[in-house]
Design a binder for this molecule. Structure first.
Ligand SMILES: *Cc1c(COP(=O)(O)O)cnc(C)c1O
Length: 234
């Protein structure tokens, strides 16, 4: 049952909040992003009916299909790497794009947002784990890009997204999440506006560590919806 799984995730979040040794600027409310990728559209409905409001998808096409067959509900977050040729669709179909990972994609998103006539909320994805196969700004590149964000007037940078390395020693993710929190502070101090308030870190295997280190959004799929079905076509 989803409600039971949700309760156990919430319990683990509360335990992690209680373990924090210092107050975090990201506050002590944690949003659960329901990651419904590779699940059928009904799973989105199930999540929303359970009271979750934030829906995470990693592919534009898949989210577009689900939005087409479902009534208009929820806030949609893009969490997968985005190609420039899909920037316009992404702007049209997502409330928050968490995976902005290069100056090039920021340029395309800014242009698309202008065309669509919206200000697009985005997070800057940082490759804090330094894995060569993962996308995201390298930490030094992130700090450099933060100084250039005025160049994208149709984007509103809301915070930072971090994916930790896959590991069976979950404690190894802690320094990665710590670095994510530090970079969030850097962004917040640089932009000086209150809209910089989202630190998206942690997934099924490590979210409690991320929360302890300051995450105020966790992206959870398998812990809520079980194994993904990679045979589904959208
Ligand atoms: C798939 C995915 C998740 C959720 O993964 P689980 O391990 O199932 O919780 C979170 N974040 C990103 C970026 C993802 O691609």
């Amino acid at each position: 049952m989803l409600s039971e799984k949700l309760a156990s995730v919430q319990k683990k979040i509360d335990e992690a909040l209680a373990l924090r040794k210092e107050k975090k600027v990201t506050g002590d409310m944690v949003t659960i992003l329901a990651v419904t990728k590779n699940h059928p559209p009904e799973v989105v409905t199930e999540a929303l009916d359970a009271g979750l409001t934030e829906i995470g998808e990693n592919r534009v096409q898949e989210a577009m299909h689900k939005q087409e067959v479902l009534p208009k509900r929820g806030h949609w977050h893009l969490i997968g790497h985005l190609q420039t040729n899909k920037a316009k669709h992404a702007v049209e179909h997502f409330d928050l794009i968490e995976s902005a990972d290069s100056a090039k994609i920021l340029t395309h998103l800014d242009r698309a947002a202008e065309q669509v006539g919206k200000v697009q909320d985005v997070l800057l994805q940082i490759n804090e784990a330094g894995e060569s196969q993962k996308s995201g700004f390298q930490p030094a590149d992130f700090r450099a890009i933060v100084k250039t964000l005025d160049a994208y007037p149709h984007l509103r940078v809301r915070g930072v997204m971090v994916i930790a390395q896959a590991t069976d020693q979950v404690e190894e993710t802690r320094p990665v999440f710590r670095a994510g929190y530090e970079d969030f502070l850097f962004l917040r101090d640089a932009l000086k506006h209150e809209d910089v308030n989202i630190l998206s870190m942690g997934m099924t295997h490590d979210y409690w560590i991320a929360v302890e280190e300051g995450a105020n959004e966790i992206r959870v799929g398998s812990a809520l919806f079980g194994a993904r079905d990679y045979t589904l076509k959208f």
